[in-house]
Design a protein around this ligand. Structure first.
Ligand SMILES: Nc1ncnc2c1ncn2[C@@H]1O[C@H](COP(=O)(O)OP(=O)(O)OP(=O)(O)O)[C@@H](O)[C@H]1O
Ligand SMILES: [Mg+2]
Length: 232
């Protein structure tokens, strides 16, 4: 298993109130698979993803990614892991506003060990002709394409997407999902994606339903639906 998590727990304390956000999560995902995490707001999805991506740490439990127990990594090794192995795509793109499309991707490529070619990645997301534009000169869908290009240019082992279509209309969302499926095929990138939209689960190999910090259902899809055929 590429991702193998067992009994992951995480609490946050604000003032004197301690909230258990993850209550013993277990999940597995194979290399090259697409996993979808579904669940209501506040159920712990982003917390779980941030821990898998090395942005945050669990309090206890085992989190193995590609054979490495990441929860025990020292801070500098955790930074290497996050920078080297993980690509992130967020709902609101998070592009650097005063850098062009090409430069946004270049800053990541420059600090990567074995980056993909910038023009190849831009071509893959169909944004090569807009390389010199600034984020404010792009639509939301185009900005998300750039943020996917930025996430994959480092050739990450794992692409983590937190509501990647949350701010987009139906047609644009579906195009972004198609793009993620293409990235998965072309580069063999393992993808874990959070969504509120149950219809999106059809394109995944595995679907994890989260409620109040627990996985209440883990399903394996026998048939993977191409993103272009998903409707909602
Ligand atoms: N840094 C933090 N400090 C305190 N509480 C936090 C922190 N981060 C998250 N929480 C709490 O943990 C719970 C889960 O948050 P999380 O962001 O993981 O939910 P989510 O499932 O991603 O929700 P959404 O779908 O709205 O993004 C929430 O109740 C939230 O208030
Ligand atoms: Mg969230």
């Amino acid at each position: 298993m590429f991702i193998d998590i067992s009994n992951l727990k995480k609490s946050y304390t604000t003032g004197v109130v301690k909230t258990e956000v993850l209550k013993g999560i277990g999940m597995k995902l194979d290399k090259g698979e697409i996993g979808v995490i579904l669940g209501p707001s506040g159920s712990g999805k982003s917390t779980l993803m941030n821990i898998i991506g090395g942005i945050d740490r669990g309090d206890s439990g085992r989190i193995i990614v590609d054979g490495v127990e990441i929860n025990n990594l020292k801070d500098d090794k955790m930074t290497d892991y996050r920078r080297g192995d993980i690509g992130f795509v967020f709902q609101f793109y998070n592009l650097v506003p005063n850098l062009t499309v090409g430069e946004n991707i270049e800053v990541v490529s420059n600090i990567s060990k074995s980056p993909l070619n910038i023009d190849e990645v831009l071509a893959a997301v169909e944004m090569k002709d807009k390389k010199g534009r600034f984020p404010r000169e792009l639509s939301g869908g185009e900005q998300q394409r750039v943020s996917i290009a930025r996430a994959i240019v480092k050739n990450p082992k794992l692409l983590l997407c937190d509501e990647p279509t949350g701010a987009l209309d139906f047609v644009t969302s579906r195009a972004i999902l198609q793009l993620l499926q293409q990235v998965n095929k072309k580069y063999g990138t393992t993808i874990l994606m959070i969504t509120h939209n149950a219809a999106i689960a059809a394109m995944a190999n595995r679907v994890f339903k989260v409620r109040s910090g627990e996985i209440v259902e883990a399903a394996v899809n026998q048939v993977i639906v191409p993103a272009e055929r998903i409707e909602w």
